[in-house]
Design a protein around this ligand. Structure first.
Ligand SMILES: Cc1cc2nc3c(=O)[nH]c(=O)nc-3n(C[C@H](O)[C@H](O)[C@H](O)COP(=O)(O)OP(=O)(O)OC[C@H]3O[C@@H](n4cnc5c(N)ncnc54)[C@H](O)[C@@H]3O)c2cc1C
Length: 347
């Protein structure tokens, strides 16, 4: 366990902005996490900061950050501590010949946050394979075990988000399979497979396909890469709109795909044809890739990724978020909700 006072959180988030933590406790195992939760009743939780915008005034009180932990396999069941880097879990599962997590290769962040958020990529959601979660219950002041099928999973949401601060994910268990569990239907990934002559029925090739597709989409962030683009991934959730508005928004796609192909992609990404891509909503509202506001810009490949340039402040990112929300509401009548967690005070 490492304890630091008045330490900068900017370097602990993928956006690279934000103020100090009054007291930061970095825990490296499930046991250390439980100990720190027992000792501190009030805290803010931070994983690897890949989905968080922390204000310039920082976080008062205690911040607990699980970073590190164990992965254990028993036949086709794998259990990971919340501080495990998600992609380490994916890679070890693949090395063990187990299917079920491979389409989420290279989603950055911790197992705990992945469970809290129900990460989803290329048609595979974490919730598809969770069998149980051990969580700290702040009210009962103890660790409890929750069955995976009782956790109200939805598109990028979970029981844990809905319950607010009551629970902290300690460990998550996944039931994986020695045979394929998900089809790969996402067109851009299939294009990669064809171009690179990779076989979608082979587990190791699936990972290579996904990693390449993510590189092409500007969706890679690696924790030890100092030159990584400073982004929190897709900034907004894909919204649900009516069928008519969905058609209108889809018509702003510039990739040359047919409306049917796009609807299929929307289904794979968001579970429904009328959950349209937030990126299409932004394009329909006049935002373009690479648009820049002083030290904040939209990614050159993916309009949905807000990036910071050196010297940016968290308030600038927040202001850009507000401007995008306001414009999308005015121009297309869609309320874009942030997928990124907004932590601390903003003006
Ligand atoms: C380049 C890039 C690409 C991305 N691509 C995808 C993608 O394809 N699919 C996808 O779903 N996401 C994607 N994301 C978002 C991000 O990877 C996930 O949300 C990830 O789960 C964040 O993990 P983290 O540990 O960094 O979370 P943090 O930002 O540290 O925390 C996020 C939230 O989780 C809470 N939390 C953290 N740990 C716990 C815990 N143990 N128990 C309860 N709550 C906890 C925090 O309090 C906070 O509210 C992407 C992000 C980036 C930067």
């Amino acid at each position: 366990m490492k304890i630091q006072e008045e330490t900068s959180l900017a370097s602990l988030t993928s956006l690279g902005v934000g103020g100090n933590a009054e007291k930061l406790i970095i825990v490296e195992s499930a046991e250390e996490l439980i100990k720190s939760l027992r000792e501190n009743n009030q805290y803010t939780l931070l994983g690897y900061g890949c989905n968080s915008l922390i204000s310039d005034s920082g976080i008062t009180g205690v911040t607990i950050s699980p970073r590190g932990g164990n992965i254990t396999f028993e036949d086709n069941v794998v259990v990971a501590d919340s501080g495990v880097w998600w992609d380490d879990l994916v890679m070890e599962s693949i090395d063990n010949g187990l299917w079920g997590l491979e389409l989420t290769s290279e989603v950055p962040g911790s197992v705990g946050a992945a469970t809290y958020i129900n990460i989803t990529a290329y048609g595979q959601a974490l919730s598809d394979s969770v069998i149980w979660v051990e969580a700290w219950d702040k009210v009962l002041n103890k660790v409890i075990k929750l069955a995976g099928d009782q956790l109200n999973w939805c598109y990028k949401s979970s029981f844990f988000q809905a319950e607010g601060e009551r629970y902290v994910v300690i460990r998550t268990a996944f039931q994986l399979s020695y045979t394929p569990t998900h089809e790969l239907t996402y067109q851009k990934a299939l294009d990669v497979a064809q171009e690179m002559n990779l076989d979608i029925s082979l587990l190791s090739d699936r990972r290579r396909i996904i990693v390449e597709a993510r590189i092409r989409a500007g969706s890679i962030w690696r924790k030890d890469d100092e030159n990584a683009e400073r982004t929190a991934g897709s900034f907004f959730r894909n919204p649900i709109v009516g069928p008519e508005l969905a058609e209108k928004i889809i018509s702003f796609d510039e990739s040359g795909k047919t409306a049917e192909q796009i609807k299929n992609m929307n289904k794979v990404h968001g579970g429904s044809e009328v959950r349209v891509s937030a990126a299409h909503v932004m394009l329909a509202s006049g935002f373009t890739r690479g648009k820049t506001w002083n030290k904040v810009k939209l990614n050159d490949k993916n309009v949905l990724k807000i990036e910071t340039l050196p010297g940016a402040t968290a308030q600038e990112v927040y202001d850009v978020m507000k401007e995008i929300q306001k414009t999308c509401q005015e121009k297309v009548g869609v309320n874009l909700e942030p997928e990124v967690q907004i932590i601390g005070d903003f003006s």
